[in-house]
Every structure is written in C-alpha cells, then in structure tokens.
Write a protein that binds this ligand. Structure first.
Ligand code: FES
Length: 129
C-alpha cells in the first residue's frame, strides 16, 4: 500500500473542479492501457487564458488527486504557462507521489495538453468556437 502525502489525500477526498464544462473550448482525453484509468479535461479559454478547467477521472486515488491539482494549477494561466505544467511539477505540488504512482501524474499533464491542442486546432480551422 503506497503512502500518500496529506495533500494527495486532501485532493483525493475533496477534488476541486470535478465535472464537465458545457460547450467547452477544448477537450482532452487520455487513458492508460496498463491500469485502465481514464481522464478527461475540459477547458474554457478567454483572451488566451484558461478561464475554467474541469475534469472527469475514472481512476485511482492518485489520478484523482493529480487531476484536481492540475486543474487548480492551470486555472487562470495563459496557454503557454499551462503547457509548462509537467508531471514532476504536479507531483511536487502534491508533496510527492509514490514511485509506482508516478505514471498517474503523467496522465494529468497529458490530458490538459491535449485539451489545449484541441482548442488550438479548432481555432486554427476557424471553425466552431
Ligand atoms: Fe493508473 Fe493511477 S494507477 S492512473
């Protein structure tokens, strides 16, 4: 049984920003085929900033804590700043993750990045906003 920091437990028990955004500007979905966990991020963008970030995670406790932390870290940031949220930064903010749970923090950064890609590709197509 891995030992989790208090911060991980807090974000696991009371995850922030859970849910879906209606008409999101970008959606990013990732999954880990090994553990089967899935994570979806929804973003709302205004003036190149992440105005709102929400997520739905079907996964382990660490994945839920990671999603919650990523959503908090990303909110209010510019797209460029949000891209700089690395799995290591997320793990640090959570005061560490057990080694065998590090892959869970990869999912968070990946899902957010994918949501930003989705937003940018829609925007570049000049299509639906
Ligand atoms: Fe796979 Fe945590 S065990 S995301």
């Amino acid at each position: 049984m891995p030992i989790y920091s208090e911060k991980v437990m807090d974000h696991f028990m009371n995850p922030r920003n859970v849910g879906e955004i209606e008409n999101p500007d970008g959606i990013g979905e990732v999954g880990n085929p090994v553990c089967g966990d899935m994570m979806t991020f929804y973003i709302k963008v205004k003036d190149n900033r992440l105005e709102d970030v929400k997520f739905k995670t079907f996964g382990c406790g660490a994945a839920i804590a990671v999603s919650s932390m990523v959503s908090e870290m990303a909110k209010g940031k510019t797209l460029e700043e949000a891209r700089k949220i690395t799995p290591q930064l997320v793990a640090d903010e959570l005061e560490g993750l057990p080694k065998n749970k590090f892959h869970c923090s990869n999912l968070g950064a990946q899902a957010l990045s994918k949501a930003i890609d989705d937003y940018l590709s829609k925007k570049n197509k000049g299509g639906k906003k």
